[in-house]
Design a protein around this ligand. Structure first.
Ligand code: ADP
Ligand code: ASP
Ligand code: MG
Length: 403
């Protein structure tokens, strides 16, 4: 008998038929003698629809009310799952976050779970009931409803696994595991049996939305193994675990991509100490994160060019901050937001020389120009023209034998 967290994502609870199907999976686990805490997302599309509703009222919709609104989707599915289990003859009950409570701190829309009361739920599951908890929701110390970031039901599941000290944390979703790339876009992508927290964290922060990155981060910090598996097939899923338990036979584990970056170039910037600081300081003061930076060596020692990338949604703001910044002089500025970021990730890279060169050569052979580059110990990212995204991901799959 084990104590388990089972989390069902939006597609897995996306219709009444699917809710009934998820309830059967849960019942089977219960019939096997396990103590269960079930975490649910809102039905697929619901949270986006709610955001659209708020925008229909105002682009600056009150943040407190936005969290009340957005977390309502998870209330619906919690009740439907608990109701479906009751209908199958299983004892089950839903708890909203303020009833538990799951306490969060931090700003609305992006709060963090810091505490949970475990007694009532532990008593309930010990008495044979299945507890159903909405993902994504929390409550602040002052009693306001909060939400913990998009895709946050994953983080709720991990937090519950950690605080309730469950034996497993199982993420049921619409694919049967973590693949070397999004299997819905890159059919030749291959399923990964075991992946380290570090690699998964890189992949999810670089665009693989199969796991929310902050959920992976807290799993890594608490060493909570995660299983990602399908609601719709019985195939083996992927284990996200500590790196020490993995044998690396390949240098590269996966290829991620995202289309949410923009590249800004300043031409003819004065080449003197402090210029880069003058450019980037106002951006950081305005919470604009700069990802990659390239500064050319000036040929005459007087002028240089600086290129950097930011999130696409921040690019207009970044440009206006530079335009109004009296401290910096430049000849021309231009922005390109039709770019994408392609990253190869692999803990095996550390021990394998030549990966950088192999990646660049492979993209060059496909006539794909690199607009910016950044590297870390277990990843290499490049910015390329958006129209080559899928070609580049496929090419890198071949080069690193991931297909
Ligand atoms: P859920 O609603 O269950 O949380 P998500 O839509 O958040 O599911 O995440 C699952 C989706 O992630 C898949 O349908 C797939 O398209 C996408 N995805 C992106 N990258 C990957 C990857 N490397 N492996 C698996 N799925 C991926
Ligand atoms: N419903 C929330 C979202 O769409 C949380 C989640 O699905 O994990 O972001
Ligand atoms: Mg998700």
């Amino acid at each position: 008998m084990a104590k388990k967290v089972l989390k069902f994502g939006g597609t897995s609870v996306g219709s009444i038929k699917r809710i009934l199907h998820a309830a059967k999976i849960i019942k089977k686990e219960h019939d096997n003698g396990n103590k269960l805490i079930v975490v649910v997302s809102a039905m697929a599309g619901t949270t986006n629809n709610l955001i659209e509703h708020s925008k229909g009222i105002s682009k600056k919709f009150n943040k407190r009310e936005l969290d009340v609104l957005l977390t309502s989707g998870e209330q619906v599915t919690s009740a439907l799952i608990a109701g479906a289990l009751n209908d199958l003859g299983v004892k089950s009950k839903s708890w909203l976050n303020w009833q538990i409570p799951i306490i969060t701190e931090g700003e609305h829309s992006n709060a963090r779970i810091i505490h949970m009361n475990i007694k009532n739920i532990n008593d309930y599951i010990s008495s044979g009931g299945i507890a159903v908890v909405p993902g994504f929701q929390g409550v602040s110390k002052s009693g306001d409803i909060t939400s913990i970031g998009r895709g946050g039901s994953d983080a709720t599941a991990v937090a519950i696994a950690k605080i309730f000290q469950t034996d497993s944390c199982e993420i049921y979703t619409d694919v049967d595991g973590v693949y070397s790339s999004d299997p819905n876009k890159i059919p030749l992508a291959k399923k990964i049996d075991k992946i380290s927290y570090e690699e998964m964290l890189e992949l999810s922060s670089l665009g693989a939305k199969v796991m929310q990155s902050s959920a992976v981060q807290s799993a890594m910090m608490g060493d909570i193994p995660i299983q990602v598996k399908s609601t719709f097939t019985e195939r083996e899923g992927t284990e996200i675990i500590n790196q020490d338990n993995i044998d690396y036979t390949k240098a590269v584990t996966g290829v991620a991509y995202s289309k949410d970056d923009a590249k800004i170039t300043l031409l003819g910037v004065e080449d003197k100490p402090g210029v880069a600081a003058d450019v980037f300081e106002p951006l950081s003061r305005n919470q604009i994160n700069v990802d990659m930076v390239i500064q050319n060596i000036s040929t005459d020692g007087k002028k240089t060019d600086i290129t950097f990338t930011t999130k696409r949604q921040d690019s207009k703001n970044a440009i206006s901050l530079i335009e109004t910044n009296k401290k910096i002089k430049y000849e021309k500025m231009y922005m390109n937001d039709k770019v994408s970021k392609i990253s190869i990730v692999g803990a095996g890279m550390v021990a394998t020389p030549g990966i950088t060169f192999k990646m660049f050569r492979s993209l060059a052979d496909a006539n794909i120009n690199l607009l910016a580059i950044s590297t870390s110990e277990i990843k290499i990212s490049v910015i390329i023209d958006e129209k080559f995204t899928i070609d580049a991901v496929k090419k890198l799959h071949k080069t690193f034998k991931l297909d």
